[in-house]
Design a protein around this ligand. Structure first.
Ligand code: NAD
Length: 439
């Protein structure tokens, strides 16, 4: 099938590459000339495990191409995917301007029946808006399908190639047949394609992300209470996760959720609920807890140093909002760094993939920190180590080396990476989330 993907970011590049991997002929379109130039030269613009070999194979075989030119990129495509940003606007609603602008731009180049598939996360009712927008500028027949994307950064290729489910909403019989043909190779193992109306498909995406964010904030709240009462959240997690109704996954407390999806999607659903006069009180609490949780690590640091952190040096391991991605959108590390720097602390950070993005973001805000070439050199003469992202290389480090390099053996672990017994035996002062302090 000949396919175009509009928007070549995390979702667009992964979707385009995976669709090409199944034999489709795919053109990815983006307005960012710099991005397209890099992709054309074979440089992948995001860090996503497993993407590179697929990208190389499909570009080499000319099944995957890149352009900034809509006319050229859309020529002959029967299916057009929209993978455009939907950032929050000033009042928290999803900003639809990118999606609607692209809808207008593609409408000029439709020449025969086309299925326009929206993968961007959008408020209920957006499929209709896209339909109306395209209709204004073309008389060619088309359908709009809501097809929310559930891929997780860090597992995006795996999630796209073997999805738990594919949700498609608002399909005519003609569009449904095309969507099924397109997705059939991805659901060979029996996972389902769930067809529904467009409004429900759009709501499904927000409900899924909001439920996951709720799980995180719930566990963070419980973890904070565990600290107060002297319980250990690890035990509580295992105890509740054994109940199949609750499940083991997504129960790890931490320093708050970030990334390009949960924060904005929770905010957008709160906004939609308010617009329909059905306030989602639970999500307001989820958001509030998350904001507070992002401050928890600096708070612990501040308390340990009796409020005096001016000119103290802190090593930070991990910057991206989660491991296996270079995505820095709403990353808790940024909040932590800003709070510490505001109090005149010095920061030396290390992240396997996200240092370039972080440097750029912080420089834009006039914030100066140092970056280390590896995880251990970040520690040299630092007053403490802060663990912010649970990259696997931080999970079993050389504790002797850490002790030698730090001024004193002090770790604040926002990801609960280490066993309390181990830290006691190694003589660390070790503070984590929802677990007793090791002294
Ligand atoms: P992104 O910012 O990484 O990529 C969007 C791309 O669209 C950018 O490269 C931008 O230059 C391009 N673009 C903007 N306007 C354009 C236009 N008019 N024409 C062509 N290209 C244009 O965003 P993303 O993370 O890929 O997210 C895209 C959508 O998918 C969002 O709605 C997001 O909520 C949703 N989503 C994201 C993820 C994720 O993990 N990142 C997962 C599921 C769903």
């Amino acid at each position: 099938m000949k396919i175009s993907v509009i928007g070549t970011g995390y979702v667009g590049l992964v979707s385009g590459t995976c669709l090409a991997e199944k034999g489709n002929s795919v053109t990815c379109i983006d307005i960012d000339q710099n991005k397209i130039n890099k992709l054309k030269k074979g440089v992948i613009t995001i860090y996503e495990p497993g993407l590179e070999p697929l990208f190389k194979r499909n570009t080499n075989e000319n099944r995957l191409r890149f352009t900034t030119d809509y006319k050229q990129g859309l020529a002959g495509s029967g299916v057009i995917f929209l993978a455009l940003p939907t950032p929050p606007d000033e009042n928290g609603s999803a900003d639809l301007s990118y999606v609607l602008r692209a809808a207008k731009d593609i409408s000029k180049y439709l020449t025969e029946y086309t299925v326009i598939v929206n993968k961007s996360t959008v408020p209920v009712g957006t499929s209709k808006k896209i339909y109306e927008q395209v209709s204004k500028y073309t008389s060619v027949e088309f359908d709009v399908v809501a097809n929310p994307e559930f891929l997780r950064e860090g597992y995006a290729v795996q999630d796209f190639m073997k999805p738990d489910r594919i949700v498609i909403g608002g399909c005519s019989d003609r569009a449904l047949a095309i969507m099924k043909e397109l997705y059939e190779p991805f659901v060979r193992q029996g996972n389902t394609i769930i067809a529904m109306d467009a409004l429900s498909a759009e709501m499904t995406k927000y409900a899924a992300n909001s439920f996951l964010a709720t799980k995180i904030s719930f566990m963070n709240d419980i973890a904070n209470l565990c600290e107060r009462v002297g319980a250990n959240v690890d035990n509580v997690r295992l105890g509740i996760g054994a109940d199949e109704r609750i499940g083991k996954r997504f129960l790890f407390p931490g320093i708050g959720y970030g990334g390009s999806c949960f924060p904005k999607d929770v905010r957008a659903l709160i906004k939609t609920a308010a617009e329909y006069n059905r306030p989602l009180t639970i999500l307001k609490a989820v958001e509030q807890i998350n904001k507070k949780q992002k401050k928890i690590l600096p708070k612990k640091v501040f308390k340990y140093f009796n409020g005096d952190i001016a000119d103290k040096k802190f090593a930070i391991w991990g910057l991206s909002f989660k491991p296996d991605t270079d995505d820095m959108r709403e990353a808790p590390s940024l909040d932590i760094i800003k709070r510490l720097v505001k109090l005149d602390a010095k920061i030396v950070a290390y992240d396997p993939e996200a240092m370039d993005f972080t440097r750029k973001l912080l420089t834009e805000e006039g914030i100066n920190i140092d970056f280390a070439p590896d995880q251990y050199s970040a520690l040299e003469k630092a007053d403490a180590l802060l663990i912010v992202t649970d990259w696997s290389e931080f999970q079993n480090p050389d504790f002797l080396k850490i002790k030698k390099l730090l001024k004193k053996p002090v770790i604040f672990d926002g990801r609960n990476l280490y066993q309390l017994d181990k830290m006691k035996n190694e003589n660390f002062h070790y503070e984590s989330i929802g677990r007793p302090v090791v002294n």
